[in-house]
Design a protein around this ligand. Structure first.
Ligand SMILES: Nc1ncnc2c1ncn2[C@@H]1O[C@H](COP(=O)(O)OP(=O)(O)OP(=O)(O)O)[C@@H](O)[C@H]1O
Ligand SMILES: [Mg+2]
Length: 251
């Protein structure tokens, strides 16, 4: 069963569990939630616009006095609010996929180029093993790249100096009527994920990083699911983490 099918089944079961006299109330509740989502997106937009003069002012101040500690702190915090709000917008916005036929290995190469400088900065060695014979997928290039960069950034942030990150692909053959899929594996030998973190991994805004937004993984999973794919993770604390991304492949 795919992720979106299991989500649908789950919703279906939950709806069946609602006593008939409460259905109307639940629907009204859902309606209010949808309105809240729209409101949150509008607010995120306004907040981001309101940050612009503050950013400009602090930038000018720091040009004159680069050592000003307070101004430096304000700039960092404005940057953080900006990142949270930008991601919130992406998270709540209606995901219009711009679909085309892509070579997934090229999308991966491009994503790796974007984090190249950070990898070199931490002397992290990168192992590529692109074994998938077929890598043509129908997808949104920008969104898929964003998903891979999110996962690679997490790996990079969890991995210490001289660590290792491995990116591999392989084709999973069609079986039992299920079409062939492409599996992308991103493995790091960093800090790993503690069980109490694992259970909250995909919760929006859950982060263990001082500068994190906690939206990287929920956005990544949403993107993969919108591509009719799935995402799984396994980890041994202290021994790194491994993400598997499954995507339908074009024949
Ligand atoms: N490869 C990994 N190794 C160790 N911990 C991880 C890994 N990937 C995710 N995590 C944990 O999951 C949490 C949530 O990740 P997520 O990408 O959603 O947000 P974030 O990285 O904290 O913030 P942001 O992505 O906005 O910078 C992280 O804070 C971290 O604790
Ligand atoms: Mg992240």
């Amino acid at each position: 069963m795919t992720g979106s099918e299991s989500q649908k089944t789950c919703l279906h079961e939950r709806l069946l569990a609602v006593p008939p006299d409460q259905i109307e109330e639940r629907l009204a509740q859902l309606d209010r939630l949808a309105t809240l989502g729209t409101l949150a997106a509008a607010m995120a937009h306004e907040i981001r616009n309101a940050l612009v003069p503050g950013k400009t002012l602090v930038g000018l101040l720091l040009e004159k006095q680069p050592e000003d500690e307070l101004a430096g702190m304000v700039r960092r915090e404005i940057g953080r609010i900006d990142a949270i709000v930008t991601r919130m917008l992406k998270f709540s916005g209606s995901a219009q996929l711009n679909l085309s036929e892509l070579r997934l290995h090229e999308v991966l190469e491009h994503s790796l180029r974007l984090i190249q400088a950070q990898l070199e900065g931490k002397y992290i060695s990168l192992h590529r093993s692109f074994q998938a014979a077929a890598d043509r997928v129908r997808g949104d290039e920008y969104q898929l790249q964003q998903a891979f960069v999110n996962l690679l950034m997490n790996a990079l942030e969890a991995t210490g100096y001289n660590g290792t990150i491995a990116v591999a692909t392989e084709t999973l053959a069609a079986s039992d009527g299920a079409p062939a899929r492409l599996q992308v594996t991103i493995r790091d030998n960093g800090s790993g994920i503690a069980p109490e973190v694992m259970s909250r991994l995909f919760e929006p805004f859950f982060t263990t990083k001082p500068q994190g937004t906690g939206l990287g993984l929920p956005i990544t999973r949403r993107i993969i699911r919108e591509h009719h794919g799935d995402l799984s993770v396994e980890s041994q604390p202290g021994q790194g983490a491994t993400y598997h991304i499954f995507l339908p492949v074009l024949s």
